[in-house]
Ligand binder design. Structure first.
Ligand code: OFO
Length: 161
């Protein structure tokens, strides 16, 4: 595997773990707000991000590469209101999509067909992630930051397993 691709994938392990950290921060924010459904939804999301990190981690090791496991940046856990929190998640997903695309560009450039195949899963996943985060912003925008309004959505979100 080309060194550049290994480095990008290694860095992506860290970015996916940071995503988990960020979602845990958002989950904590909603817990403190008394919106347990939102908190649970973002906690499930944090677990998904750990799975994404592990997929890349396993791929690197299975292909005889190393993983550096660098330190994680502190997650932003301080949000002005519910809308700011869900917008942060949406912005982050768009950023992650761009990062995955950068790795795909490198894999295409280096004719690394195996990594292209591996990354296809992430390209599809990011479409779903952006859809979900965008929908969340739309819903919270529609309901406003009023907790009474958010309560109905909170019940729905709490059912995510
Ligand atoms: Fe790993 O998909 Fe979100 O960040």
């Amino acid at each position: 595997m080309d060194k550049k691709i290994t480095e990008l994938l290694d860095a992506q392990v860290n970015k996916e773990l940071y995503s988990a950290y960020l979602y845990l921060g958002i989950s904590k924010f909603f817990s403190k707000e008394g919106l347990g459904g939102f908190a649970s939804w973002y906690k499930v999301q944090a677990e998904e991000e750990q799975e994404h990190a592990m997929k890349i981690y396993d791929y690197l090791l299975e292909n005889g590469q190393d993983v550096t496991l660098n330190s994680l940046a502190a997650a932003n856990v301080d949000f002005k209101d519910a809308l700011a929190a869900v917008k942060e998640a949406d912005k982050h997903e768009h950023y992650i999509t761009k990062e995955i695309e950068k790795i795909m560009d490198a894999a295409v450039e280096h004719k690394d067909y195996r990594t292209q195949l591996f990354l296809n899963w992430f390209i599809t996943e990011q479409e779903e992630e952006e859809h979900n985060s965008g929908e969340m912003v739309e819903k919270v925008e529609m309901l406003g930051n009023d907790k009474k309004n958010l309560y109905l959505l909170d019940k729905e979100l709490g059912s995510r397993k």
